[in-house]
Design a protein around this ligand. Structure first.
Ligand code: NAD
Length: 283
């Protein structure tokens, strides 16, 4: 039997429509993105984010800075945006050129305007089990699992990948949903030993077909976060043959990807609520 596909677009479309309604109610939501340099992949991401934001009625400003921008100049720009009442949400597109310390910039964004949820305060609130602004991809994964009524309470969840933007936050969110979580990474010995135990398997690595069908437990739910550009097109981290064993599985493309942008827009609305005082930022 083949797995039920957990498609992202239907839910993402619904969330985007909800965001558009919320933006109308709020009157205005101001998002500023900052792109330093001309990395082609980053340009594509920024374009997609702006298109989606504008479609939802968000007032999106696209700040472009030259590749040789100094760290001090970027920090000054971020500080200006932090202080502006016209700006609800700030997104600094990563990666940054090598002369700029990414961590410093992430820390410089006002936590309540940190639409990506990367600031240590937002990461810390999540770690402590009282999420404030949660990065968009993990937030999207949880929304997809909830939409498909995947039981997490008491489930064995295995996450592969421990990045700050996907692996670690999704592990925390699964833990908060009362799953028993194992976090695997590049130093994990005998990956299959862990994956074969997973009722819910989340893979966020960036290696095509890292997870093969024989590594998936029968009837498991598989979330493939990977987005790998190959000669065969965009592929995930899980061999599509795993769908023969899984009970449900996200396709690539069309699974987690659409949810990331929808949840970024939701985060912009959350930031607007913090700025206007409708919500109180925990920090
Ligand atoms: P990253 O490079 O920051 O982290 C990768 C993680 O994988 C690391 O923690 C590393 O320890 C682990 N890893 C590497 N090789 C491994 C191996 N052989 N076995 C086990 N673990 C291994 O990547 P990231 O930013 O977390 O992104 C991961 C993937 O998800 C990429 O393909 C990225 O494009 C994709 N992604 C997709 C979306 C989306 O919206 N669909 C969003 C973010 C990232």
């Amino acid at each position: 039997m083949s797995a039920t596909p957990i498609k992202g677009k239907p839910l993402a479309d619904r969330l985007r429509a909800e965001v558009a309604e919320e933006v109308k109610t709020l009157g205005r939501v101001g998002l500023v993105t900052v792109l330093v340099g001309d990395d082609p992949a980053s340009e594509v991401y920024i374009r997609l984010k702006h298109k989606a934001a504008t479609a939802a009625g968000i007032d999106a400003t696209d700040v472009r800075l030259p590749a040789d921008t100094t760290e001090a100049d970027l920090l000054a720009r971020v500080s200006e945006l932090n202080g502006s009442d016209d700006v609800d949400a700030i997104l600094v597109q990563l990666p940054l050129p090598s002369q700029i310390d990414e961590e410093k910039v992430i820390r410089a964004v006002a936590p309540a305007k940190d639409v990506d949820g990367f600031h240590p305060l937002n990461a810390g609130e999540l770690y402590l089990g009282r999420p404030a602004i949660v990065s968009a991809t993990p937030r999207g994964i949880m929304a997809l699992l909830a939409e498909h009524r995947i039981e997490l309470d008491g489930a064995r969840a295995v996450v592969i990948g421990r990045s700050d933007i996907v692996g670690k936050p999704i592990a925390h969110l699964l833990l908060q949903a009362n799953a028993t979580v194992t976090l695997c990474h590049s130093h994990t010995q005998d990956l299959a030993r862990h994956t074969l135990d997973a009722d819910v398997l989340v893979v966020a690595v960036g290696v095509p077909a890292l997870v093969t069908a024989d590594m998936v437990k029968e009837r498991a739910v598989v979330v493939d976060v990977g987005m790998n550009r190959t000669d065969a097109g965009l592929v995930g981290d899980v061999d599509p043959a795993a769908a023969e064993l899984a009970s449900a599985m996200t396709p690539v493309p069309g699974g987690v990807g659409p949810m990331t942008i929808a949840c970024l827009l939701q985060n912009a609305v959350v930031c607007a609520r913090y700025r206007t005082g409708a919500l109180v930022y925990p920090g």
